[in-house]
Ligand binder design. Structure first.
Ligand code: FE2
Ligand code: FE2
Length: 383
């Protein structure tokens, strides 16, 4: 194809360039002046000179989070065909159809039967009504947490620096949206009343959402997502709930984001050690402890000791927050002892024949793959 150039007025072009250059200097100079005076200057945290967001490219972050998220992207239509989602592409549908061809006639018939009612029937066959309600009560807590994860991550998107950091955060926003809508439909299939958020969770999530700047990483990506990761790691082994293993994989990336991000943009000494921030972090975690008392009966219904779960979770997030630099007013060993004492005191008061236990060395995550993922993101294998 031959492209024919059109004649253009070079003099007018030069004048337009000069005019643009003048207005550009005026606009940007004005914004810089306002910034120097502490007023609102340029809002876009973007450097168009370098064609990067402020903070540079940081391709390592992009590769670890954005690329990996797209590589591991899962579709509800493939993994839970009974749901209302139609999110597979044409090519993915063709692959699924080809995979179906290799199924035996019995397997094919079973796959065809998978609609919402069939899934509901399977849940009824696997669980008693009490077990179903207990699972809904526990997962609803995570469901409400997903709503906040969606809101917090979309705010954090405008807090993180660099092109890689924003790309990583964008994938988290997308995945939290998916978690919220998919988990909602999963819970609705249980045909049980879905409870509201409990007061302790309300306090934790609202305060996390109100945290300033990168402190949101502590409340959300370390504490709340650590909680969700541990729950998915524990419940993905239950019958008909294997889709939770996919949630677990996503949450592991979200939990790893603060350490990967802060490796590129470390917290200042003051941000780590500021007594007010250290105190606020502890005050964010402590009111969450009654959650383990509140969900004890529901977890017991499915054979899990709530304080084993609490201990397993606390051990992991304490280690992670310490490594990442979110210091607390007490050392990791002191908080571990404090939590163990509190859990033991409560159990001694409420359980007959209770024998003292080291709850913080419990492990409630099941499945080798899930254990390996958690060992990596919580840095459990490093001394
Ligand atoms: Fe999530
Ligand atoms: Fe998440």
């Amino acid at each position: 194809m031959q492209i024919l150039a059109r004649p253009s007025n070079q003099r007018a072009h030069a004048m337009n360039q000069r005019l643009e250059g003048y207005v550009n200097r005026l606009l940007r100079g004005f914004d810089r002046q306002r910034e120097a005076l502490g007023l609102r200057g340029r809002k876009g945290y973007y450097n168009d000179d370098t064609y990067e967001f402020e903070g540079g490219a940081r391709d390592a972050l992009r590769a670890k989070h954005y690329d990996k998220s797209l590589r591991l992207l899962w579709k509800a239509q493939e993994h839970a065909p009974w749901m209302s989602f139609r999110d597979c592409t044409h090519d993915e549908m063709q692959l699924l159809a080809m995979a179906e061809k290799s199924l035996t006639p019995v397997e094919k018939a079973a796959r065809k039967r998978v609609n919402t009612q069939a899934f509901r029937d399977r849940l009824n066959a696997c669980y008693t009504p009490q077990q179903k309600q207990a699972i809904v009560n526990i997962l609803a807590m995570i469901g409400h947490g997903e709503a906040y994860a969606w809101m917090v991550s979309s705010e954090l998107l405008n807090e993180v620096r660099s092109t890689g950091g924003r790309a990583a955060m964008t994938m988290q926003v997308l995945e939290e949206a998916k978690h919220f809508v998919v988990l909602r439909e999963l819970l609705q299939a249980f045909d049980c009343p879905i409870p509201r958020m409990n007061a302790w969770e309300y306090l934790l999530l609202e305060r996390t959402y109100k945290s300033k700047g990168l402190e949101k990483f502590f409340g959300m990506n370390v504490v709340v997502e650590g909680f969700a990761l541990s729950l998915f790691g524990m419940m993905g082994a239950l019958p008909e709930l294997d889709i939770l293993k996919l949630f677990h994989r996503d949450e592991s990336r979200h939990t790893a984001l603060p350490s990967n991000y802060l490796h590129e943009f470390p917290l200042s000494w003051w941000d780590k050690n500021n007594p007010a921030k250290r105190l606020r972090r502890l005050s964010l975690v402590l009111p969450a402890l009654p959650i383990f008392m509140l969900i004890e009966a529901d977890l017991a219904e499915i054979g899990i000791d709530s304080f084993d779960f609490g201990g397993s979770l606390a051990r992991k997030i304490l280690k992670l927050s310490d490594r990442v630099g979110f210091k607390l007013p007490l050392t990791q060993a002191q908080v571990t002892r404090l939590f163990n004492e509190l859990f033991n005191a409560y159990c001694r008061a409420t359980r007959s024949d209770f024998v003292r236990k080291d709850f913080l060395s419990a492990e409630t995550t099941t499945g080798q793959e899930e254990l390996d993922i958690e060992a990596e993101v919580f840095m459990l294998k490093t001394a």
